[in-house]
Design a protein. Sequence first.
Length: 199
Amino acid sequence: INGHHHQQADYLYKTLTETINSADYIYKTSKIYKSAKTYPNHEFSKNLKTIAELIISGSNTRIYYVSLSGFDTHIQQQPRQEQVLKILDEGLSVFTDDLSSNKRFDDVLIMAFSEFGRRASQNASEGTDHGKAGSLFLLSNALKKKGMINELPDLSNLDDGDIKYTVDFRNIYSTILEKWLNTNHNNVLNFEAKLMNFI
């Protein structure tokens, strides 16, 4: 890595640190709603609680991001997936209940996604390796279409062991940009999208 790339990385880390610190400052110095809901005691849910309190308080921030690690299951997938999916379920359950109780879940769209897919078949370590297709979940009281929004993959028709995706994720992103955030998707993605009808 040359020095130019180091400078770019340093700038990005500095910007990220300033952003995190600014968000923390806003949270600590604002008169905000304090949730009465009991969130699970793990970092993912604590972050969701903070986001819920900011949303319900009327913060004008339009996008929040929180991550949950542990899905890179190359070995012993079943017990690890059960554990991490339980954390995801418990956190989102309380978060959506908090928003609903305060009449804000019509105003919020949750998109849960992974940065990588998984292969269809188990490997020798009882896990799965990175693949070409993955799942993406949308939650909101404002969804026009509920349940599966695309056909299920055909497990008998694979691409060299990989599931063939049926929806380009850029169409989902573009739909959210256009229909939820009122932004021209071409200005962000430079992609001729087929907008979808879930919102």
